[in-house]
Design a protein. Structure first.
Lengths: 648, 136
């Protein structure tokens, strides 16, 4: 019953999206204004129905209702509660339902609270949102129905891939999806503004919280995903330039550019066409990402779905949405003026430069990810990996970082670099000191060298906007910007340090053997069997000691899951302020010795701390903008109130 | 779905598989004694693709084939071969797919042209934006 109920709710939600699109479009025509009243309520109810449908699926998973095909294929009654819950979205159909649910709720929210935009733009925006949603409803209902029944019901489910039975990964995909879907709202705003030709500061202000929100989710999602790959795959790598990682990186790059250009548009009324264009590109990248992941067109660590029919469907959606949006942009671009002018050396100038660099990196990642598909069509298989992406993206990343050091210090419209010379003394000296120190250490590769030196200078430069200010009166938005830029420096330092200074030891050890990795002494004390709810494991007891410090314990496991049968290595990590010790237990050799893999990774944790700082910066920016909006609307009400009283 | 599980278990149960087959290659899980040579081998291994896995280098994989390849690379480095010679040997054996560092060929030259094109476009964009209104 619950399955049928969920399916009915999904159909109703789709019908309401169709109504929303129809009424929204008609209300923009002459004589159709009467339909306008339907649009907002339709958007609200559509979102609620999608939510109901998603809850229905969640209940099915919690009950492990094996008469539903999706549950039977992806769940198992012996699975812990939280993974039953995560099973709801840990598969293709469920994740697509999550997508339309979040998209529907986002539509409900803008229908309820967004009152700043001209009403016609708002109607066009909601119609655009309904159009995009409809594509996904069709996708769900016609080719990936999550509520499909299975007759007869199997006695037991197939289970969830053990690699995915990890608390981090349970919440990783929904985080990214929230980001993707947030960008769909930005896309709808861009479409709405293009249709009514109302591209201005009000449009940028309405769009900005959504872009920022999406960007925060993407940032946190990418950071968490990278940490997951780091500790779960058991080899200490944290970024592989894997197509699926690139699929989440591309929308992030576009969203980063978009939020910067949106803030120029909001406060300076400049970069109008560019901002709209980026709004279209950012969501397009989300769809490209979804296509790459969901179609299984690229073989990769994370691609757990392989089904060409679905791929084709998403590709068609992609073509319709992107093609339509770009056509609209082409038609309207001539009438959307660039907005206010500014000089090269100005805050806007620096932001434009960085926008162009981010777009170029986006181009590299997109091209490098898709190119192997092109050559495969000609029967040549090539791989494009870190040796390509690292140096080539650095061509654009390094100039961007240099501009990032001065950009936030520049004035709007036009400025003079010589004014900043004295303020840049400290970062400049730090850069020189870092270069000298790194030369003294020696043996560091070119890219890690540049990365470490620039990170040190950027860390100092990113704090400069706070200098000479009363810290308590500094606007929250400024704190947000400083946190995010400082986070870039922190993450860069961690990444470069990991690459330059990691020590690796692979040994076959007997119980009692002592080995060395970097400054650590590691002793294998014992090997013992342990069991969990749906796995058994061999666990190593390691005594580890940093230099002459205290002895501490580490217990890495080699796990065997039985539903489905699969082996994983559970790494054990020991975090110090200056890095992480990473231990993995491998297999037992024929001579009774156990494989141990040990790494000492100095400052590696800074990668993810930096990522979280960047996300924190985004959160502070949202808080600042929302607080401003609230203050502004309260002030407006007060003025209106006073006028009324004076009128009496 | 069964197929996926089958494929994944192929990829992810190398431990069980390895025990049934021939003894593992000597340097699959063992480093070279000379740290300089090991570093050289490691730098090469992270740029070689594990052919049995999904988007992992042979330095990041439990698959038996990746172990064999690691052993090959370490032994050849120890024998004094240059990393690029080993890469060329592997490419000849397994095709371009094995190397994460694409060569410039008739098929791959656009990969190397695109950064230049993007640089040019970026320069043009910035020039167009700022070239004419500096005096404003």
């Amino acid at each position: 019953m619950i399955a049928e109920f969920g399916l009915a709710a999904l159909w109703l939600a789709a019908a309401l999206a169709a109504l929303q699109l129809l009424a929204g479009s008609l209300s923009l025509t002459r004589g159709g204004e009467g339909f306008a009243a339907i649009v907002r309520p339709a958007a609200v109810v559509q979102g609620l129905l999608a939510l109901v449908s998603f809850f229905a699926l969640m209940v099915l998973f919690l009950r492990t209702d094996l008469s539903v095909q999706l549950v039977a294929m992806n769940s198992h009654s012996a699975k812990p509660f939280v993974f039953k819950l995560a099973g709801t979205w840990g598969n293709h159909e469920g994740s697509m339902l999550l997508w339309v649910m979040v998209m529907g709720l986002a539509g409900s929210l803008i229908a309820l609270i967004e009152r700043r935009l001209p009403e016609r733009t708002m109607l066009a925006t909601l119609a655009g949102q309904a159009f995009v949603s409809l594509g996904f409803y069709a996708f769900l209902l016609f080719s990936s129905n999550p509520f499909e029944r299975l007759d007869p019901a199997p006695p037991q489910g197939a289970g969830l891939n053990p690699l995915l039975q990890d608390i981090g990964l349970a919440f990783h995909p929904p985080t990214l999806y929230l980001g993707y879907v947030g960008l769909s709202v930005a896309f709808s705003f861009a479409i709405g503004a293009l249709i009514t030709r109302e591209v201005g500061p009000a449009f940028a202000r309405a769009m900005r919280p959504w872009v920022l929100g999406a960007w925060v989710f993407l940032t946190v999602g990418i950071t968490a995903g990278s940490y997951w790959a780091y500790y779960e795959l058991g080899w200490g790598g944290w970024w592989f330039w894997d197509p699926v990682e690139n699929a989440s990186l591309m929308p992030w790059l576009a969203a980063t550019a978009l939020l910067h250009s949106a803030s120029v548009l909001a406060s300076r009324n400049a970069l109008r066409a560019w901002t709209v264009m980026l709004g279209v590109v950012a969501f397009s990248m989300s769809m490209v990402g979804t296509f790459l992941v969901r179609s299984g067109i690229l073989t990769s660590v994370h691609a757990f779905a392989v089904d060409p029919e679905r791929g084709t469907f998403i590709l068609v959606l992609l073509a319709i949405n992107i093609g339509g949006a770009l056509t609209l942009f082409g038609l309207r671009a001539a009438t959307v003026t660039e907005g206010k002018r500014f000089a090269l050396v100005s805050r806007e100038g620096a932001l434009v430069f960085n926008n162009v660099m981010l777009s170029a990196i986006l181009g590299i990642v997109l091209f490098g990810t898709l190119y192997p598909l092109v050559t495969e069509a000609f029967d040549t298989r090539v791989s494009v990996g870190p040796p390509y992406f690292n140096p080539v993206s650095a061509i654009f990343f390094v100039p961007m970082l240099l501009v990032l050091m001065v950009g936030p210090l520049l004035r709007w419209r036009r400025d003079n670099l010589s004014r900043l010379r004295r303020r840049l003394v400290v970062p400049g000296l730090l850069l020189l000191a870092a270069v000298a120190a790194l030369l003294a250490i020696g043996g560091i590769g070119v890219l890690p060298f540049i990365g470490l030196a620039l990170a040190v200078a950027l860390a100092a430069a990113s704090l400069l906007p706070l200098r000479g200010r009363n810290l308590r009166r500094t606007p929250i938005a400024t704190w947000g910007m400083v946190a995010a830029h400082f986070g870039i420096a922190v993450a860069l330092f961690g990444a470069a340090s990991e690459s330059a200074f990691t020590k690796e030891t692979l040994v076959a050890a007997r119980v009692g053997d002592v080995t060395q990795v970097g400054p650590w002494q590691v002793r294998l004390d014992a090997i013992e069997p342990v069991a969990g709810p749906n796995w058994t494991a061999m666990r190593a007891g390691l005594s580890v000691r940093y230099g002459e410090g205290a002895v501490r314990q580490l217990k890495p496991q080699a796990r065997s899951f039985w539903s489905p049968p699969q082996q994983t290595a559970e790494s054990a990590l020991l975090t110090r302020w200056n890095g992480q010790l990473y231990a993995v237990l491998g297999e037992e050799g024929e001579d009774g010795r156990w494989q141990l893999r040990l790494w000492w990774k100095p400052f590696v944790t800074l990668i993810w701390i930096g990522g979280l700082l960047i996300g924190l910066g985004g959160v502070l920016a949202i808080v600042a903008h929302v607080a401003n909006d609230v203050r502004r609307s309260v002030a407006r009400e007060k003025i209106a109130d006073r006028r009324m009283r004076q009128g009496r | 779905m069964k197929l996926i599980v089958a494929i994944l278990s192929l990829v992810w149960t190398p431990l069980a598989v390895a025990q049934d087959s021939v003894p593992p290659a000597p340097y699959a899980y063992r480093q070279l004694d000379d740290p300089a040579l090991e570093a050289k081998a490691h730098d090469l291994m992270v740029t070689l693709r594990c052919l049995k896995c999904q988007s992992q280098s042979i330095a990041d994989s439990d698959a038996p084939m990746a172990g064999d390849m690691r052993s090959q690379v370490r032994q050849r480095i120890a024998a004094g071969e240059e990393p690029e010679a080993i890469r060329a040997w592997l490419v000849e054996r397994y095709g371009d797919y094995v190397s994460y560092s694409p060569r410039v060929t008739a098929m791959t030259w656009p990969l190397f042209a695109i950064p230049l094109v993007l640089l040019l476009v970026a320069a043009l964009l910035l020039r167009k934006r700022f070239g004419r209104n500096v005096s404003e």
